[in-house]
Design a protein around this ligand. Structure first.
Ligand code: SAH
Length: 360
């Protein structure tokens, strides 16, 4: 059983759990200070909290549930990736992406162990879905990356392994703790949740009071192509998705970021760009075009740089704001779920070698 994680608690909730333990009022401030300001990673550090109370709390609550494992740094030093192990011994990964000016430090976190969606281009689909992460585990990904890098995050994106809107309540709780003044204090506009297009999630998200940002992984200009690479598109089809997003932008006065992976010979033809621009007309948005980062076993390739630039230029000519995302961290397999996928692959190869040895 996984214990409740203190990083998912508000100050009031911490005060109330301490009052249940008959503790004086000032303890709440001390504990909140250790958890959210000093970011204590162990109970031993909390010297002004009586030992007996620390023991009581550690029996019931988790302070840190992730153990840092493999760590990689990209050749340019700007992107770093960590693989953590959960208490139930599964791999979860988080990435720190710095911009060239070093003014923006974005932490990309995972929302589940494995993924249910099975998008064909994505490394997270290689391997089974195990479980959703808890809010505390997601907040801890940010805390761990900040502690390990020694740098504070300016932005957080829910763009690692998993579909955030299929784990809606925990993801929102995590986003709130990351945002709250008595939590990590990162502005709501600097927290982005990326969805494959889970319509009920988008509808709930539209009614949330915070100014969190929404990104939608589109990856194809029409329903037929989208269904081929994003199985979830069969359930939440493109026409309905776009009309829900039109409503979302009107109701919230926020724009949407579309992500579009460019795959050679599949969705990167000039006609695809023209159709995409037609479909997105009237939706306040920005489009991030991302050259496909090949995953193990895939025969797909990114288009040539010229084709990618032309795709973006067509969107811009039609009045859309589009960018070609420089591949960040592809040399450290930082695309969604890749490090985790390699771990699974390595483990299964090791298991096979072990079995083969056993047979001899
Ligand atoms: N389920 C959510 C969150 C996962 S993030 C969603 O679908 O949005 C998914 C993002 O990871 C994609 O939009 C894309 O930007 C990136 N991604 C995944 N696999 C990739 C690959 N092989 N190459 C490049 N980008 C990839």
């Amino acid at each position: 059983m996984i214990k409740p994680h203190l990083l998912s608690y508000t100050s009031e909730e911490i005060a109330s759990l301490l009052s249940d333990l008959k503790q004086p009022k000032f303890r709440a401030k001390q504990l909140v200070d250790w958890i959210f300001i000093k970011r204590a990673a162990s109970w031993e550090e909390m010297r002004n909290i009586p030992k007996e109370l620390r023991a009581q709390l550690s029996d019931k609550y988790t302070l840190r549930g992730l153990t840092p494992g493999e760590h990689k740094i990209s050749a340019d030093g700007l992107t770093e990736k960590w693989l953590f192990e959960t208490e139930d011994q599964h791999g979860v990964e988080a990435v720190l992406i710095r911009d060239k000016k070093l003014s923006r430090r974005t932490v990309c976190i995972s929302s589940s162990l494995g993924c249910r969606l099975g998008c064909v281009f994505c490394a997270s689909a290689q391997g089974p879905f195990i479980r959703d992460l808890t809010a505390g585990e997601m907040v801890e990904e940010v805390a761990q990356v900040e502690a390990l890098s020694g740098e504070g995050a300016t932005n957080v994106v829910f763009m690692g392994t998993g579909e955030p809107f299929l784990n809606y309540d925990e993801v929102l709780l995590a986003a709130r703790r990351i945002n709250a003044a008595d939590g990590f204090g990162i502005g709501a506009r600097h927290i982005t949740i990326s969805t494959v297009g889970v319509i009920p999630g988008i509808e709930l998200f539209a009614a949330e009071p915070e100014d969190f940002r929404l990104a939608v992984s589109l990856h194809a200009p029409n329903q037929a192509a989208r269904e081929k690479i994003v199985p979830a598109a069969k359930k939440w089809e493109l026409g309905r998705l776009l009309s829900v997003l039109r409503r979302y932008t009107r109701a919230t006065r926020r724009e949407v970021t579309f992500e579009y992976i460019l795959i050679d010979g599949f969705n990167a033809h000039p006609n695809d760009a023209i159709l995409l621009a037609e479909n997105l007309s009237g939706i306040p948005c920005k489009i991030n075009c991302i050259p496909y980062n090949p995953i193990p076993g895939s025969e797909w390739r990114p288009p040539e740089a010229r084709t990618c630039r032309e795709f973006v230029a067509i969107l811009e000519d039609r009045g859309l704001r589009a960018t070609l995302r420089a591949e960040k961290g592809s040399d450290i397999s930082a695309a969604c779920g890749q490090l985790r996928a390699y771990r699974l692959l390595k483990n299964s190869q090791e298991a096979k070698r072990h079995n083969d040895k056993g047979k001899k």
